[in-house]
Structures are given as structure tokens and as C-alpha cells.
Design a protein around this ligand. Sequence first.
Ligand code: ZN
Length: 273
Amino acid sequence: MPYFDKRVYQYTRIIATLAVYIIGTILAIDSQAQKIVKKAIPDKLVVLTFDDAPASQYSIAAPLLKKYGFNATFFVCEFPNFKDSTKYMTWYQIQQLGLMGFEVANHTKTHPGVSHLSKDQFLKELKYIDDQCDSLKIGKTQTFAYPGYDLDAKTLVILQEQNFLFARAGGDRAYDPKTDHPYLIPSWAMNSENIESIHTAILQAKDGKIVVLTIHGVPDIEHPWVTTTPEVLDEHLKFLYDNHYKVVSLKDLAQYMNIENALSQIKPVFVKK
Ligand SMILES: [Zn+2]
């Protein structure tokens, strides 16, 4: 072989080897990601979550959701005035939400900051809600929301031991299932005043990212600083409906995810911008 041809041959071999290596690496990274996301995340996927069991979630939010054909998650707890049915849903009403097809989920019994709880205390808080749900035949809760968005590393271990699928936090950013830990799902909190920022948030549901919203009472009598008027909720829901968004419960995201792989592969990051 002439000297020049030999060099060309050697270079070609080196380039081919490099190309195989690079393509192989890309495919490997891609299949890692596929192992976490088992079904492509569609654009315009939004999760609605309602916290704290105020009475208006049964009387106002649930009928509005039904009007648009949307699903949602209701994170229930028992605040001190829980027995006052003018302020909070009764367990019968919570059961009805479950029978209507909504997800009833765990927000602990007494709404404590979980970082201050021992393992036993946390388990008791979770079990109380599960026992109520069990006795009402709406099944063990499968998702969790941190009261007051208070996060704690040891909580993640307990949630996994208890076979939770997902846990919702705050953070004001979209959820990226490939990089966000399933027990640290970020969300935006809706209220009557932040119409524009919630609207901007909703538009971020694309390119593999999911938008999760936290909503309290509609209105919220005991916690007016997180209240959303029925008109504002309806305005957001109408926008989602008119623009063909898919609105689901948190548990519904399990169809897109290989949660075991996500739990083992994604490192929890507690402060993420
Ligand atoms: Zn709460």
C-alpha cells in the first residue's frame, strides 16, 4: 500500500472508531433516560393538586373540574377545625371525590413540618390518613405532599419504604421527570393574585416537562393568603380546556414513568432553581 493511502486508511479507521464510540455513548445515555421515562411525555401535560381539604374543594372545585373533564389530586389532612363542615370537607365528601374518579392522597393527619418528626411520628401521620381511606374503601394513598413544603432527606427513605409513587414539593418550576427525583416534584402555588405567573407557568408544559400546580381553598376561609376565587380557578381551567391541555392527577403520571429506576438513578436535590 502506498504511504499516502496507508495514512488515509489509518485516519479513516480512527475516525470510524471514534464515531462508533460517540454514537454508542449517545445511545447509552438515551436508553438510560428511557429507563426512567417509559412513555413519551406529551406537551401540554398538567397536574392539578388541591391541598388541605377545605369545604370549597368539594362544593366548587370538583364540579368545575368535572365540567371540563379534568382529573386532579386532593391532598387531605385534618386541620384543628376539620370537624367544622362549613370550613372543611367531611370524610364522606372526601370519599365522594374518590368515587368521582379523583385521586385522594396523603398530606399527613395534622399538617406538621415533616423535618421535625421522628420516623414513628411521620408513619403515624401517614397511617391515619391511610386508615381513613381504607375504611372508606378508597384505597391506600399513593402520593404525598409535604405540608408547608417542608422537605427532609430522611422522609424520602420512609416514603419509599411505604411504596409511594410520587411526592410533591414547591419550587416554582416545571417538573422534569428525567432529572427531578420522584419525591421532590416541584410545583407552583396558585392564588387569586398570581394569574399572570400561573399562566406563564402553564406554558412551560412542553419538551418533556410537566407543570404541577398547588391549589388551596376555592375560596380558602381559614387561610385567606392562599385563597383562589372560583372565578380565577375557572379562568385557568377554561384556558387549559380551550388549548387542549391534558389535565391529570399526580398518580396518573405513573403511566409515563419507570418509578423504581427514577428512584434509584436520580439523586435528590433539595434546593434546585
Ligand atoms: Zn397544606
